[in-house]
Design a protein around this ligand. Structure first.
Ligand code: FES
Ligand SMILES: [Fe+2]
Length: 424
């Protein structure tokens, strides 16, 4: 499918489709600048971003187990278009635009459990879960020429279940999802996340641009001052790049530390993890809209849903491994409350970021090569979507190379003794 963006780019081009608009981003990290305020606060940029980024990317719309129950369907808005995700009778994932093929009525208002079919509320045209038109009450009886129901099935959208998440892509021109996320599937293979299940969900809404939340997640520069508790289990000096080819910005904390509250080790780890996975936290911002924190015993997903330039919905889900599927709430409370505290601290600081960027006075500052290199990568991915470059960025050559003063990434695993000897 050609998206409206394709037509827009060809026809007009705007300030943001030119490389000059991104000159501070395109510089090497040692000289790069942060993004201008308009990128976070201007409604015109936001509208263009919906087209150039959200309608051309693999956008996360949920966790895979939201479609576990037979006949379940979820309704999501992607780049302002309503889409339906469901599974057919064989369990295969399916995605459709949420519009009837008769006169365009929205088919489903909200998440629901379907029977065998999707039925339009207006004149009851009915589709099976493969999108085929199977009933048109009283339509053909009165006579209609050359009407072939096979021409009026639901319009499909690309959907994918990847790791423990569901994705939609509105453009047919975008690479397949395996290519989009590059080597990340392989990096995460040892966790076998497709078998993990949601334990708890929470939604938040806050007054900041979605990119501020992603950027904040990607950098650990703010850790000491914004999150004194998090800094005990995820120490600044234990952060490293975890970055291969793919549309993501990754870091690892290795080794994870313990604190007196046991924030991250209150639950048993998943069975069968490798030693490096067992000792690490993986923090990965998938482009564009999902932030994954993968710990040995739980996964915390933050899915970002832009609502306006200065308004974002954040859908949070905690998942547990199949070896520990049922956890009493009192046993989960430490982990849950830890994340809720960290999230509240982050929401507070990104809302203040939005306020500062909206003063009209901000001119782009400099990025810290050591702490903010992932933001530089993220900004360049954003620039690529705007100027129409469909490249999947390369990653680091190896995981164990010194980068920007952070020392040698301790992967591949050496030994516990080496870790203890590591100079802090
Ligand atoms: S608009 Fe759906 S049946 Fe008429
Ligand atoms: Fe934070």
């Amino acid at each position: 499918m050609k998206t409206p963006t394709d037509a827009l780019t060809a026809a007009t081009g705007t300030h943001w489709t030119s490389e000059e608009a991104w000159v501070g981003t395109r510089r090497p990290i040692l000289e790069a600048h942060a993004l201008p305020a308009a990128v976070y606060a201007d409604p015109a940029f936001y509208a263009e971003e919906q087209e150039r980024v959200f309608s051309t990317s693999w956008v996360c719309v949920g966790t895979h187990d939201e479609l576990d129950a037979p006949g379940s369907a979820i309704v999501r808005s992607v780049a302002g278009r309503s889409v339906i995700l469901t599974r057919n009778q064989n369990g295969d994932l399916r995605g459709y635009f949420n519009a009837c093929r008769h006169r365009g009525t929205e088919l489903l208002e909200d998440d629901c459990t379907l029977g065998l079919t999707i039925r339009c509320p207006y004149h009851r045209w009915t589709y099976d879960r493969d999108g085929a038109l199977v009933a048109t009450p009283q339509f053909a009886d009165a006579g209609v020429d050359r009407f072939d129901t096979t021409n009026y099935g639901l319009h499909t959208v690309r959907v994918a279940s990847w790791q423990c998440l569901l994705f939609v892509c509105l453009s047919d021109e975008t690479s397949p999802i395996e290519h989009w996320f590059g080597d990340l599937d392989q990096r995460l293979a040892g966790y076998r996340l497709a078998g993990w299940r949601s334990h708890l969900t929470r939604d938040f809404e806050f007054a900041a641009n979605w990119k501020l939340v992603s950027e904040n997640f990607q950098e650990y520069y703010h850790l000491r001052w914004v999150h004194p508790e998090l800094a005990k289990v995820s120490r600044v000096q234990d952060h490293y790049r975890y970055q291969g080819t793919g549309m993501y910005c990754g870091q690892t904390t290795t080794p994870l530390s313990n604190d007196e509250r046991g924030d991250w080790d209150a639950l048993p780890p998943a069975e069968g993890l490798s030693q490096p996975d067992m000792a690490s936290g993986r923090f990965i911002a998938l482009f564009p809209n999902v932030l994954l924190s993968i710990l040995p015993n739980h996964v915390f997903v933050m899915r970002l849903d832009p609502v306006a330039p200065d308004l974002t919905r954040e859908h949070c889900t905690w998942l547990l491994p199949p070896s520990n599927p049922q956890v009493a709430d009192e046993d989960f409370a430490v982990t849950r409350n830890f994340w809720l505290d960290v999230n509240a601290e982050d929401i507070d600081i990104v809302q203040r970021g939005q306020k500062g960027l909206s003063t009209g006075s901000y001119t782009p500052g400099r990025l810290s090569p050591r702490f903010e290199e992932p933001l530089h990568r993220f900004h360049n991915m954003l620039a690529d979507r705007f100027v129409g470059i469909s490249r999947i960025p390369a990653g680091d050559e190896t995981d164990d190379q010194p980068l920007y003063g952070t020392g040698i990434n301790p992967l591949p695993w050496r030994s516990v003794e080496d870790q203890a000897r590591k100079v802090n």
